[in-house]
Design a protein around this ligand. Structure first.
Ligand code: SAH
Length: 213
């Protein structure tokens, strides 16, 4: 698959749609304008790639809908060279958005198949996260902590404590919390022990699964 002017045109329309839905962070909008989302999907979905929809990406998982990616990315308030931890690499689309926004991205995925496919895809698109790992994101990446921000792209029944611990003071954790449906939640770390909590609307994610072994 290639990236053509037609795809670029569809992306411009998608960016307008996201602006209409309240996304204002230009860094987010420009990343979405640049990234060929159709290359993150199976070729059968190419024609739908710039609709504001989620699609299956294999292993029972989904690529988040562009509005969700934009909403979470905007809440992170990414600044250049921020260290960002992403839990749930999936297709790598959100990873690519964060890298294009100038973040140093550390991303964790627990499905081997997706981890392998995405590890091969991103360099081909010249997207270079700092770290892509296979493992259980519930634990975060203690050896690379602390992070300026953390984004979880799967629905968590509760906020994993290790992720809170791996946030810098002043850092932002964006996580959808809930079982069937999730409330988008932003935690801002105020000091060693205190976090300020903000809640946004309802979203629907595949579940964040904990490895019991
Ligand atoms: N950002 C991705 C979202 C994929 S869906 C995209 O837009 O393509 C959520 C992803 O989280 C899935 O790939 C799922 O396998 C992964 N996931 C679920 N539980 C996890 C865990 N404990 N650690 C790491 N990844 C996890």
């Amino acid at each position: 698959m290639r990236d053509t002017e037609k795809h670029q045109g569809l992306r411009n329309q998608l960016v307008k749609l996201l602006q209409g839905k309240g996304i204002t962070d230009n860094n987010v909008l420009e990343a979405i304008r640049k990234i060929p989302r159709h290359l993150f999907l199976d070729s059968g979905f190419e024609q739908y790639a710039y609709q504001d929809k989620a699609f299956p990406i294999g292993a029972g998982q989904t690529i988040s809908q562009p509005y969700t990616v934009a909403f979470q990315s905007q809440l992170l308030e990414v600044k250049k060279d921020d260290k960002v931890l992403e839990i749930g690499t999936g297709s790598g689309y959100q990873t690519a958005v964060l890298c294009t926004m100038g973040a140093k991205v550390f991303s964790v995925e627990r499905q081997k198949e997706l981890f392998k496919t995405t590890s091969l895809l991103l360099p081909k698109l010249n997207i270079r996260p700092k770290v892509l790992t296979f493992g259980d994101g519930y634990k975060g990446l203690p050896n690379d902590a602390p992070f300026d921000s953390i984004i979880v792209t799967a629905g968590a029944p509760t906020i994993p404590k290790p992720l809170m611990a791996q946030l810098k003071i002043g850092g932002r954790l964006v996580i959808p919390v809930g079982e069937k449906e999730q409330i988008m939640t932003l935690l801002i770390r105020k000091n060693e022990t205190q976090f300020e909590k903000h809640e946004f609307g309802e979203f629907r994610f595949v579940p964040l699964l904990e490895d019991k072994n």
